[in-house]
Design a binder for this molecule. Structure first.
Ligand code: NMX
Ligand code: MLT
Length: 435
């Protein structure tokens, strides 16, 4: 049986050769054009990043290594990690080897990180604690040690793989430790070497899961948030920092700081708070008319409806659909889930009436919180940390491949407003001249 590292080593040497010949033959071909509107509009839609771990077509949503996300939704997170890294689904033996490897690594979180977390203010947001914990572990980076010893560019991917596996194994431990401290749940619970990633995470959180349904949800959660191509804030931040050869601890921490924003990962916290606020105000499950009214108040106050809209998607997010199906199967009568269902019946129609909104449909964050809430994870402040634990898989896999392909420092060109003004006025059409 070939190990993960051996599989990757074989793929990397072929991919490097292919890329070299590809760029030599087609290097001057024009792939996309940049308009003034796009420069002013958050670079939306400009095709200028390479990402092979996943893609997000606007009309389909997440595709992981060629497989629509719904097809892999019931796989274990370990299997999806292998898929993200190699493009192949692992066999049983590979999955078990990876599971056991991650379980072993999860037991090796150094004690000093808890002192750092303990020293943080009690009101620090769990995402701040999570990002800080990742950064505090930077001294553990295999990449940094090997780089300081004189690592060759061809070999950068090897310690990046080591850092990837350690981070994937240890971020659930950090997250669970933060959860138990922040919400006064008692002492930390150690991982169990016999369990898989999802089951271990549930164990370490210390929440009741007699029927095993919460573990199923956690596995699903870890799979669905694992990757979303490279253009989203957390992935791009991670990739940019890693391109400076800052190791994955620096890079992932930077990515998590981006995920902590309400327009990105924090929307899962905001979304359930919005739903709970609605239920509290109305004293139970609201009617469609009441939801319309509440949405009008939100929009009227200049706020966004969290969990709806997307920078790329123009259809209902298939990750939302997976969570929605899970809810219909496992907790159809839960009042919070029922409210989320009615919100879904109302909000797209409401947002469709606002011309500037390009996508009125729910994104990944619209239903996930109601399911966590049902299984007793009621601390909404913690929800984005769960997103972060999962996203660690995708962004680390992306960086591994960037280093494997020996991609250079990310350094696009900025221009001044004066340059744009003078150039745009004289440009006929199409691409602007180089600054
Ligand atoms: N509620 C109210 N207004 C919205 C919404 C929404 N859900 N979605 C977009 N808009 C507004 C947006 O604020 C912008 O207004 P303005 O021009 O006044 O600034 C206008 O519509 C055009 O935005 P779009 O081009 O449709 O969307 P954009 O690509 O700029 O932003 C999001 C995408 C996801 C940031 C935006 O849809 C949003 O803020 N959604 C709510 C927050 C959310 O759910 N984020 C999670 C995204 C997924 N994730 O987990 O990371
Ligand atoms: C994500 O999963 O990263 C979000 O849907 C945001 C995005 O893709 O822009």
């Amino acid at each position: 049986m070939a190990t993960l590292k051996e599989v990757l080593a074989g793929q990397i040497s072929t991919a490097r050769q292919n890329a070299k010949e590809f760029v030599k033959q087609y290097g001057t071909k024009v792939i996309d054009q940049v308009t003034l509107e796009q420069i002013y509009g958050g670079m939306r839609g400009i095709s200028c990043l390479i990402c092979d771990t996943s893609s997000v077509p606007a009309d389909k949503g997440l595709i992981i290594r060629g497989r629509p996300v719904a097809e892999v939704a019931n796989n274990l997170p370990e299997e999806v990690l292998w898929l993200l890294l190699t493009g192949e689904m692992p066999d049983k033996a590979n999955t078990e080897a990876l599971r056991a490897d991650l379980a072993k690594r999860s037991a090796a979180v150094p004690e000093y990180v808890w002192k750092v977390i303990d020293a943080m203010p009690a009101d620090a947001h769990p995402m701040c604690l999570f990002s800080t914990a990742i950064l505090a572990l930077e001294g553990e980076s295999a990449f940094r040690k090997r780089y300081d010893e004189g690592l060759r560019k061809e070999d950068f991917w090897e310690p990046t793989l080591e850092d990837t596996l350690n981070l994937v194994a240890q971020t659930p431990v950090l997250a669970a430790g933060i959860y138990r401290k922040k919400f006064n749940k008692g002492a930390r619970i150690a991982p169990d070497a016999k369990l898989d990633l999802g089951a271990n995470f549930v164990r370490m959180l210390g929440l009741d899961d007699k029927g095993g349904e919460f573990t199923k949800l956690m596995r699903l959660y870890l799979v669905l948030h694992s990757d979303h191509e490279n253009g989203n804030v957390s992935a791009m931040a991670t990739a940019t920092v890693n391109s400076a050869l800052s190791d994955l601890y620096y890079s992932l921490s930077a990515g998590m700081n981006g995920l902590a924003g309400p327009l990105h990962g924090l929307a899962n916290q905001e979304c359930l708070n919005w739903v709970l606020g609605l239920m509290k105000k109305l004293g139970g499950t609201p009617t469609k008319e009441q939801i319309e009214h509440y949405a009008d108040e939100t929009l009227g106050a200049g706020k966004v409806i969290p969990g709806y809209g997307h920078g790329v998607l123009r259809v209902t997010d298939p990750r939302f659909e997976c969570f929605y199906e899970f809810g219909k199967k496992h907790c159809p009568e839960d009042p919070v889930f029922k409210t989320v269902k009615t919100v879904f019946e109302v909000i797209p129609g409401k947002l469709q009436q606002i011309q500037k909104i390009k996508n009125p449909w729910p994104n990944v964050d619209a239903a996930s919180g109601s399911l966590l809430y049902h299984f007793g994870l009621t601390e909404t402040l913690f929800y984005t940390v769960l997103f972060g634990v999962s996203r660690t898989m995708g962004v680390c896999a992306q960086s591994l491949w960037s280093r494997a392909m020996m991609q250079p420092l990310i350094r696009p060109k900025s221009v001044t407003t004066a340059f744009l003004e003078s150039t745009a006025k004289t440009a006929q059409s199409g691409r602007l001249p180089t600054a």
